[in-house]
Write a protein that binds this ligand. Structure first.
Ligand code: KG4
Ligand code: ZN
Length: 338
């Protein structure tokens, strides 16, 4: 296994993505975002599926062109089998199956959540990969999980959200405040200009390592309704402080659970992934954790942390080394577990 080229395809939610990996190194990482969902304030599954159908061929072509290889040079096709939106997964799955069949090369099914975690094993100059065992926290618009990672394909979910994902908490709070979608980046930007202790939101009480964010969203809604009744300009006058207070609460919830997870497992290596890992508050809190609690933290490059196909390609490569290929009758699985 000297010169392995693998194409990764990701279509689980609203991004159509393709990537070529050569051994452990990414040669191309193409993502077509679907701006169509912005006006609806969230992902519309039917529109996502249609956009994937339009995007997938050009995105794959771009990934091959950028990598400067032809499809005949590929050794295998890796694709996201799940979890995700069924209509979206079906586009990537059927495309990957036909391409692998046409080229007569192996097909490799990939779990999207394992992809977020194994993205840390992409070869990037100057990036230290986490040693086993480590804890992985995946935080995005669709997921909130803490996973104990004993080896590449030996993982155990030890905590997850029982309702909304953390990115949803950001996006739904943003909607209440009249911000655009997705609101996470703007709340983060404003949070850095505001007072995190201006307003207090109580943290949800959830046992163990699980999370809950739907109560926080409701608390913010009631708070804003009450305040704007007294002062119609309340949001405008206090937007940065509101954002800072929301962010302070959310980061506090994440860090409390990480503290508990490190205590329960004795593992102090923490790797994060998912779109919310771009957040300045979580990044700072993790750095503080290195000083305060002796953690070692791992934050991948941004392009490998939001939904992307490079993370699917790296899992494809690791499975290729194990000769772990899909059966030809493999199907998409919307609720696939780690
Ligand atoms: O991983 P991702 O691109 O897609 C999935 O949801 O799977 O993550 C998008 C989510 C959105 O909810 C967005 O608001 C959030 O990540 N996000 C952020 C930041 N950047 C993106 N949330 C907080 N702070 C940020 N800087
Ligand atoms: Zn994701």
């Amino acid at each position: 296994s000297e010169n392995i080229y693998i194409l990764g395809i990701e279509s689980s939610c609203d991004d159509t993505a393709a990537s070529v990996i050569h051994n452990g190194k990414i040669l191309s990482n193409i993502v077509a975002n679907q701006s169509i969902h912005e006006e609806f304030g969230g992902v519309v599954p039917e529109l996502a599926s249609r956009a994937h159908q339009q995007n997938i061929v050009p995105v794959v072509h771009q990934a091959l062109a950028k990598a400067n290889i032809t499809k005949e040079q590929l050794h295998a096709i890796a694709f996201t089998r799940g979890p995700g939106l069924m209509g979206s997964l079906l586009v990537g799955t059927s495309f990957a199956k036909s391409l692998a069949y046409g080229l007569d090369i192996p097909l490799i099914d990939v779990n999207h959540m394992q992809g977020h975690i194994l993205a840390h094993f992409i070869d990037v100059e100057g990036y230290n990969k986490p040693p086993f065992p480590f804890l992985a926290m995946t935080i995005s618009g669709g997921h909130t999980q803490i996973v104990k990672v004993k080896h590449y394909f030996d993982m155990e979910v030890i905590g997850e959200t029982i309702d909304d994902a953390v990115g949803e908490a950001y996006d739904k709070s943003g909607k209440i405040l009249g911000l655009g979608y997705p609101a996470g980046p703007e709340i983060d930007k404003r949070a850095q200009l505001g007072n995190p202790k201006a307003f207090k939101f109580t943290k949800p009480k959830v046992d163990g390592l699980n999370f809950s964010f739907s109560g926080l969203k409701t608390a913010i809604l009631y708070f804003i309704q009450k305040e704007t009744k007294a002062n119609p300009n309340f949001i405008d006058e206090h937007l940065n402080d509101i954002c800072a207070s929301i962010q302070y609460t959310i980061i506090g919830i994440l860090i409390d659970k990480l503290k508990l997870a490190t205590k329960e497992t004795g593992i102090k290596h923490i790797a994060i992934g998912g779109g919310v890992s771009a957040n300045s508050g979580i990044r700072k809190a993790l750095k503080d954790g290195e000083q305060k609690f002796g953690w070692t933290t791992y934050v991948p490059k941004f392009e490998f942390t939001t939904d992307n196909a490079a993370m699917i390609a790296i899992v494809g490569y690791l499975k290729y080394l194990d000769q772990d290929f899909s059966e030809s009758n493999i199907t998409a699985s919307a609720r696939l577990k780690i």
